[in-house]
Design a protein around this ligand. Structure first.
Ligand SMILES: Cc1ncc(COP(=O)(O)O)c(C=O)c1O
Length: 370
């Protein structure tokens, strides 16, 4: 029995004796599988506890959601409108739906999460055709966009009316401010709107060293899926409208798509805690630094080839199959392309230097690098 704060039936926090719940998992187990494998940042848990107790209006009419509007505006500009949602797939589906009519299509990289990892939700739920473009590094360019930007006015072709880019990309690369601006200008000049999947936007900002609005609002992005979960939230992402003239019906679409949280204060409280005092940047800077450390060790081990620039919190490497199998006995990570032996190692806000050093030591041992 331990003495610790407890929460009464009415939500009041009191000092009491209670049995500490035992975790069902091994707390010491760590790995590089995904930034979704990490837990919740302690500051986020504190923010949730602080938002608990008492009654607050439901469905976003609470004080936390109204404060969140100010916080988002401080990062993305006065016109920014924040709509908290449960998850990233929901944020992407909502954002794209708000940009497009029924006959619209979205140009995206072949590797985009909306294309590869959302079980067809943009197509099935939003009813939107995705027009994919192969890319080597997960990034679109104006000329790559042009591979699919054609056929306007042809009733036989889904109409390309939006472009979606991911920042940082699924391959751990980032768009510079100028690259985003060039894509936005190119899209807008052709009557298309621009969506950014920012599931890891904080990692991109940490890498670029610029404020969030510089490569979003100021660069011409119309709507953003802002990521929280991968950067230490319990759960929660946010659709952020940057150009209100480009988006339509988001409040209705959020409910229609089952992304309207009744107890929204708990989504908003987390996003405020992330964005209000720089936690978003500290955490992302840390996870990027851990990935950079791992990458520089990889570059020094003969027989290992990194396949992408390490600009955010991911490292992609070609790894001999037997080495991967043995490493996985102690550290979890995913294959990215089983055909080539490419694997992905992700760092998160709670990856420690000791985690990295232990992994590097195992990697060197398995590669016979001493
Ligand atoms: C680039 C990207 N977008 C969106 C998401 C959000 O997905 P989820 O619906 O699992 O929150 C992810 C998660 O892996 C992602 O990597």
């Amino acid at each position: 029995m331990t003495t610790q704060p407890a929460i009464s039936d009415t939500g009041t926090v009191t000092e009491t004796s209670l049995e500490t719940p035992r975790p069902l998992h091994d707390n010491a187990q760590r790995g590089f599988a995904s930034d979704n494998y990490s837990g919740v940042h302690p500051q986020i848990l504190q923010a949730l506890a602080a938002a608990n107790g008492g009654h607050q209006p439901a469905y976003g009419a609470d004080q936390y959601t109204s404060r969140l509007q100010e916080v988002m505006a401080s990062h993305f500009g006065a016109a920014a409108e924040a709509l908290p949602v449960f998850n990233g797939t929901g944020a992407n589906v909502l954002s794209l739906q708000s940009l497009l009519p029924r006959w619209g299509a979205v140009i995206c990289a072949e590797t985009a999460h909306i294309n590869t990892d959302e079980n067809g939700a943009p197509e099935r739920v939003a009813g939107i055709k995705l027009l994919q473009v192969p890319t080597g590094d997960g990034k679109l360019t104006p000329s790559l966009i042009d591979q699919q930007a054609w056929g306007w006015g042809d009733e036989h072709r889904a109409q390309p009316l939006a472009v979606s880019i991911t920042q940082s990309t699924e391959l751990g690369t980032t768009y510079t401010v100028d690259e985003v601006r060039a894509i936005a200008d190119h899209a807008h000049a052709r009557g298309m709107r621009l969506h950014m999947d920012g599931a890891r936007i904080s990692n991109a900002a940490a890498h670029l060293g610029v404020p969030l609005r510089e490569f979003t609002t100021d660069a011409g992005v119309d709507v953003l899926s802002f990521g929280g979960t991968k950067n230490g939230l319990l759960f929660g992402e946010c659709v952020v409208v940057l150009n209100p003239e480009a988006c339509d019906g988001l409040e209705y679409l959020r409910k229609l798509n089952m992304q309207l949280a009744s107890k929204m204060r708990f989504l908003s409280a987390q996003l405020i805690a992330l964005l209000d005092d720089g936690l978003w940047l500290r955490s992302a800077t840390h996870s990027n630094a851990m990935a950079a450390r791992l990458r520089s060790a990889v570059d020094g081990i003969a027989g290992l080839t990194a396949t992408q620039a390490t600009e955010a919190n991911a490292v992609f490497v070609l790894l001999p199959r037997d080495v991967a199998d043995r490493l996985r006995q102690s550290f979890k990570f995913y294959d990215w392309d089983p055909a080539t032996g490419e694997v992905r190692w992700m760092c998160s806000f709670d990856t420690t230097e000791e985690d990295i050093e232990a992994f590097i030591a195992a990697l060197r041992r398995e590669m016979g690098a001493g």
